[in-house]
Each structure stands twice: as structure tokens, then as C-alpha cells.
Design a protein. Structure first.
Length: 437
């Protein structure tokens, strides 16, 4: 049992958020009480200056790419073959994979991420190891074996039948009902044969599993996909294979015509918006406002390592910046020199997105909220700016955010203390995370 006092991030029905002073009580893996009252001296952690937020949820990231952040100057397909595939080959060495996964877990906890929808590599062993290690620490979400049976180096290409058997075995070991589960993860249309794409859809259906893949991230990628699949639009390729479902999370979704968008809406599929990755690779800017107006379900992801921010708070800020950049291209801005703020998310809306909004988008039944009965996934933050006096405290927090403010990250009721200046993550008993893993 533990009590935490502070300013609690609360979600509003209009998909925004606010703060209220109060005390959160957790028991085992659950939040058992939230009382909005002045903080008494008897709490275990926190005070009136402390910010308590639900753990952040990152709905699109690549675990083997954490060491590849910052390889600037190449468009997507060149970057994949020159930077990413060599990095992912490293995970064929299980000692290497294990030690890197340990570091990635530390980094997730250090920035307050407690929920993930992640890609591993095409290695089954590395994928299972990642699932196992993330599960032991207590994080929530999915990790998928990045399915590749064509158009990749030999060392990353898995023969189709073996690949399908491995994904099925992973689904049996880490079924969708688990707090840490696998997801069917055909990397993208170009890395899979038609047989693999069809089998992926079949497995997802049979196991009721989440599907993750990439969609329409760059113009060049769309052209190559269209050429490879007889002129078909990108969404139609996935649709023909049975991959456009309400359990599908498509990374990026920048270059989509109206019919494709309508099909995604009809199916209830999700687009994981990844603004940092899109600017870093020079891919383009997703039109969030248009997608929302058409009724697309949107989530937000860091897309590390194309994305250069591990912190979902800064990805939330990048989402705002991307929406402003879209405004600069509008006719209204050219005419008036002013942006339409109604088409730009506010910081309180961005806080909503990186917590409850992302949980809802990917159809988690709970998560992303500090409410009684919710899993105890929380971040205890001690800002060193006078944020509570600001005009909009949540905006001040988001724009002046410093990862060093993250003092404790609680996942599934387990308490991890974040050491200052990269001193590492420790358990409540002061052990290093190696003991847990
Ligand atoms: N498309 C296929 N694979 C990838 C990847 O690893 N990162 C990004 N950003 N796009 C992809
Ligand atoms: Zn990605």
C-alpha cells in the first residue's frame, strides 16, 4: 500500500485534461482511492508541488532502434537499409539484444512511459526475450516480431512458413489477454510476401490480436508499394490481405486519399501519428485536423528511432507543433497571417492524448487514467519551475518539460525510483533493475 499526494492529472469528457490537488492510494497493482483534498503530511510520497500523471503510453516505437536515434539526412527507404537494418541485425546476438533491451526498459521508465505498442526485430528469440523482460518489470502493452520475409538482408529475412509458425508460437506464449502481449506485426507491405500478409491477418483473426504495421509514410514508399502491387492504393493492399480491421494500428498515414481514409474510418482502424519521425526523415506532415474531421481514430507515437524523442511529453508537444506547421500552409494563414487555434491541439489536450487518449485509441479496456480501479501506472514528477502559478499550468509543464523531473515511475503497482543524472532506475528496495529482470 502507498499514498501519493500532489496535483493529479484528471481527464475531462471533452478529451482534455486538468489538475486537481489530492491523494492517490494504491494497493498491489491497482489504484484503490483517489481523494481530492488538501495533502496531509502523512503521504508516502509527494507534496502540493508534485505533479502526478498517469504513465505515458507510446503507441508506436521500435525497441531495437533506441541506439540509432539521430541518423539524419536520408529518406525512409535509404535510412532503413543503411542505418536500421544493420542495427536490427545486432539483435541476432542474444547477449547484445538482452543488454540493449535492459537499457531500453530503463529509458522508458526514466521518461515515464509505462505502456507501449512496440516493434522488435524479425528475430523470434529477441522478440520473446523483449516480451519476457518487459513483462518482468511490469510494463503494459504489446511487442511484435517485425515480420520480414522479403526485401531485407538475409540475416533479417525469415522464410515465410517459419515466420508464420514463430508468430503463432509467440501468440500462444504472450496472448492478447495478457498485460504484456504480442501483436501481429507485418513490418510494412514491402517487407512481406502476399502469403505472409494473408497469414498475418489470419493469425490476428484467430487470436483476436492487435495488428501493427506502417502505412503511407512517404510519397516514395507509396509509389514503390503501388508498383509492387499492380497500382493498388496502399490501404487497398492491406485491405485485400485482411489487415484493415478495428484491431489495426497503422503508423504514420500521411499520404491517403479520401477513399482510403473512409475505409480506415469504416473499419475502425487507428493511425498512430508520429510527428517527430515525420519531420526527422523529411517524410511530410500528417494532417491531424483533416483526419479527425473525417472521423479517423488517432493515437500518438514516438516512433523511436526515426523519432528522436523518447519522452511522450515532447512527442505531445511535437504534435502541437506539427498542427501549427499545417496551419502555416493553409489559405487562411496566407490571407490573414493568422493561424486558426481551433485546429491546433492545446497542451491539456496533448496530455490527454499521451495518457487516456492513447489507451482508448488502441482499445485498451483501461489505462491512462488516475481513477479507482485503474491499474497503478503512474509517474511522480517534481518540476523545478513555479508551474502552479502559470496561466495554464499544464501548458507550462509541457513546454518546459525536463525528464529529470521524473522521480518515480510506478508500473502495475511496482515502484521504480529514477536516479538523478542517469544514475539508473532502482526498485523500491534500492536494487538495480538487473535484479528484477
Ligand atoms: N517503415 C518500415 N519500417 C519502418 C521503421 O522501422 N521505421 C519507420 N519510421 N518506418 C518504417
Ligand atoms: Zn515505425
Amino acid at each position: 500500500m502507498a499514498t501519493i499526494g500532489g496535483q493529479i492529472l484528471c481527464q475531462a469528457p471533452d478529451r482534455s485534461s486538468s489538475i486537481r490537488e489530492g491523494v492517490v492510494r494504491i494497493e498491489d497493482d491497482r489504484i484503490v482511492e483517489v481523494s481530492f483534498e488538501a495533502i496531509s503530511g502523512s503521504v508516502d510520497w509527494g507534496d502540493a508541488e508534485t505533479f502526478i500523471t498517469p504513465g505515458f503510453i507510446d503507441t508506436h516505437l521500435h525497441l531495437p532502434q533506441f541506439d540509432s536515434i539521430g541518423a539524419f539526412g536520408m529518406p525512409l527507404l535509404d535510412w532503413l537499409s543503411e542505418v536500421i537494418f544493420p542495427a536490427e541485425e545486432n539483435w541476432n546476438d542474444m547477449d547484445y539484444a538482452r543488454s540493449m533491451i535492459a537499457r531500453v526498459i530503463d529509458q522508458c521508465l526514466s521518461v515515464g512511459t509505462t505502456g507501449i505498442c512496440a516493434y522488435a526485430t524479425s528475430s523470434y528469440d529477441a522478440t520473446i526475450t523483449a516480451l519476457d523482460m518487459f513483462q518482468r518489470v511490469g510494463l503494459r502493452g504489446v511487442i511484435g516480431q517485425a515480420m520480414m520475409d522479403r526485401a531485407a538482408p538475409m540475416s533479417l529475412t525469415v522464410p515465410t512458413e517459419q515466420l508464420i509458425e514463430q508468430v503463432e508460437a509467440a501468440l500462444q506464449q504472450f496472448p492478447p489477454t495478457g498485460r504484456m502481449a504480442t501483436a501481429v506485426t507485418p513490418r510494412f507491405a514491402l517487407s512481406c510476401t502476399e502469403s505472409a500478409l494473408l497469414a498475418a491477418a489470419d493469425l490476428a483473426r484467430r487470436f483476436d490480436a492487435m495488428i501493427q504495421t506502417h502505412l503511407a509514410e512517404t510519397r516514395r514508399e507509396c509509389e514503390v508499394v503501388s508498383k509492387h502491387f499492380d497500382g493498388m492504393p496502399y490501404v487497398d493492399v492491406y485491405d485485400k490481405m485482411g489487415l484493415v480491421t478495428e484491431r489495426s494500428v497503422f503508423g504514420h498515414g500521411i499520404y491517403l486519399d479520401d477513399l482510403s481514409v473512409a475505409r480506415l474510418v469504416q473499419a475502425g482502424s487507428v493511425i498512430a501519428h508520429c510527428p517527430t519521425a515525420n519531420s526527422f526523415l523529411g517524410s511530410g506532415t500528417m494532417n491531424r485536423n483533416d483526419h479527425l474531421a473525417h472521423g479517423v481514430r488517432l493515437s500518438l507515437g514516438s516512433d523511436v528511432g526515426a523519432g528522436f524523442e523518447r519522452s511522450m511529453v515532447r512527442v505531445g508537444r511535437a504534435m502541437i507543433e506539427a498542427a501549427i506547421a499545417k496551419q502555416f500552409q493553409s489559405d487562411a494563414f496566407r490571407r490573414t497571417g493568422m493561424i486558426d487555434y481551433a485546429k491546433v491541439p492545446t497542451a491539456p489536450q496533448a496530455w490527454y492524448q499521451i495518457t487516456a487518449g492513447n489507451a482508448e485509441a488502441v482499445r485498451w479496456k483501461d489505462g491512462g487514467r488516475i481513477e479507482v480501479g485503474q491499474p497503478a501506472d503512474l509517474v511522480i514528477v517534481q518540476p523545478d519551475v513555479p508551474w502552479r502559478l502559470a496561466r495554464c499550468p499544464l501548458s507550462t509543464l509541457m513546454y518546459s518539460w525536463d525528464d529529470r523531473w521524473v522521480r518515480h515511475t510506478i508500473v502495475n503497482g511496482r515502484h521504480y525510483t529514477i536516479g538523478p543524472n542517469g544514475a539508473g532506475v532502482r526498485t523500491e528496495k534500492g536494487e538495480s533493475l538487473g535484479a528484477v529482470r
